[in-house]
Design a protein around this ligand. Structure first.
Ligand SMILES: C[S@@+](CC[C@H](N)C(=O)[O-])C[C@H]1O[C@@H](n2cnc3c(N)ncnc32)[C@H](O)[C@@H]1O
Length: 205
């Protein structure tokens, strides 16, 4: 894990370097993230019929968003991430969720319409629109009912803007264009503001 990876022209190499580096710290703030995700999840339950659904969480990181589905009674949960050290943290905490190494742009281990819900939390804002399109296409292919994205909406707090700058993320374009980017993949798509800086994007199959 060399510091030179941070300066790589390949954004995947850079992202893996950053998330592998911060994994132990990220793992420790999981409960804080889940506190923040609680309100979002209550709204999600009103909008989508999630009872008994199977779920695939892509870019699961240390598992905070995947664990919300478990907390709300779902048991068939799988999750992928391409940073092994993030997965190491999630596997320690959530033994009932099936975690594996995987790339959100290429979910070939999951057949078409094999999961009721395919979801991602704070992943898609981090990548270019070309990569987002690949992720959306794959997520929509695997989903039977919904693609659910928990991510930035509206204003972004200053300290988060700094982190996004360090990560070289595409969050500004994401906030402006993502709702439109979703439309080709779904019968209906929704953008739901939850609270300062955050919200849900839901694609209905
Ligand atoms: C900001 S973290 C979010 C983690 C978690 N979803 C949450 O809400 O706490 C972004 C995660 O997405 C992962 N990621 C980014 N691009 C990915 C890709 N193409 N395939 C799989 N994982 C990816 C990173 O490794 C990182 O763990």
């Amino acid at each position: 894990m060399s510091i030179f990876n941070y300066f790589s022209s390949n954004p995947d190499v850079r992202a893996k370097y950053i998330f592998n580096l911060i994994a132990p710290y990220y793992g420790r703030v999981d409960h804080v993230l889940q506190g923040k995700y609680q309100k979002t999840f209550e709204i999600l339950k009103d909008k989508c019929a999630i009872e008994g659904a199977s779920v695939l969480d892509v870019g699961t990181g240390t598992g905070a968003w995947a664990a919300m589905y478990e907390k709300h009674g779902l048991s068939d949960i799988q999750a992928v991430d391409f940073a092994p050290k993030m997965l190491f943290e999630s596997q320690k905490k959530y033994p009932n969720i099936k975690f594996s190494i995987g790339n959100a742009e290429e979910l070939s281990e999951f057949p078409d319409q094999s999961m009721d819900i395919v979801t991602a939390s704070y992943v898609l804002h981090g990548v270019t629109s070309e990569k987002r399109a690949k992720m959306l296409s794959e997520m929509s292919r695997v989903a039977r009912k919904y693609v659910i994205i928990n991510d930035f909406i509206g204003k972004t707090p200053a300290f988060v803007r700094f982190l996004e700058f360090m990560e070289k993320s595409d969050y500004k374009h994401f906030k402006l264009h993502f709702e439109q980017e979703m439309q080709p993949y779904f019968n209906k798509s929704e953008r739901i503001f939850v609270e300062y800086g955050t919200g849900l994007y839901i694609g209905h199959k």
